[in-house]
Design a protein around this ligand. Structure first.
Ligand code: G4P
Length: 199
């Protein structure tokens, strides 16, 4: 999505060689036009797989997740990082380690919202080491449902998450792939490199 790359270049801030700050349009203030455009791209890419549900994780996965679900006209379920008081029914749970934050989170989804009939599209804002996406895939499979694929807004291609997900058998569609954040500069993976990688 050219609009996304343009916004990353114009409004993103490289905090260090590992972290890109995008809080003016994704992680804090959110741009609804961009979110909906991205949702439509994910929806068009995965539509043929008869997705019945979008699964994401709070908090920053919710906006791209709901927009994708809107474009597909299916429900969006988000995994919780803290168990809410009202969540007293049976839960699917797994543990996700965050390399960025160096902490473990138990994530959960109520069992009643995913079942073996579901074909699930997983959506998240960032792909770093792939732990969150793998955790969401685990929850989906615990429910007996099928993972159709994983849609990522910004992939940090230098952190190895894609390989983990592809090795686990999942299709990954990222809208912006970042090759490097060195020297305070965002460098994207070039189209040519993408074509070569596909050969
Ligand atoms: P992983 O799931 O791919 O292994 O990633 P990791 O644990 O490293 O990421 C943990 C959190 O940090 C996630 O948000 C993720 O979206 C975010 N994150 C990772 N890399 C970056 C980055 O370069 N820039 C920004 N802005 N965020 C990054 P979270 O803790 O779930 O927070 P939120 O969803 O509540 O915002």
């Amino acid at each position: 999505v050219d609009l996304l790359k343009e916004m990353i270049v114009r409004k993103g801030k490289v905090l260090n060689s590992n972290v890109l700050k995008v809080d003016s349009f994704i992680n804090h203030q959110m741009d609804p036009v961009l979110m909906y455009e991205m949702g439509k791209v994910f929806a068009d890419h995965f539509r043929k797989q008869n997705i019945t549900k979008v699964v994401t994780i709070e908090s920053s996965g919710i906006a791209p997740g709901i927009m994708t679900a809107l474009a597909l006209k299916v429900p969006c379920v988000f995994a919780r990082k803290k168990k809410p008081l009202t969540l007293n029914e049976e839960l699917l749970t797994t543990t996700v380690y965050s390399f960025t934050k160096k902490e473990e989170n138990e994530i959960s989804i109520s069992q009643k919202f995913i079942d073996e009939q579901d074909c699930v599209l997983i959506i998240d804002d960032f792909l770093a080491h792939g732990e969150a996406a793998l955790g969401l895939a685990k929850l989906t499979e615990q429910a007996g449902a099928t993972v159709a694929g994983i849609g990522i807004v910004i992939e940090k291609a230098f952190q190895g998450g894609r390989k983990k997900l592809v090795d686990a058998g999942y299709e990954v569609k990222s809208l912006a792939r970042i090759k490097s954040l060195s020297n305070s500069t965002v460098e994207f993976v070039e189209e040519l490199e993408l074509e070569e990688a596909a050969i």
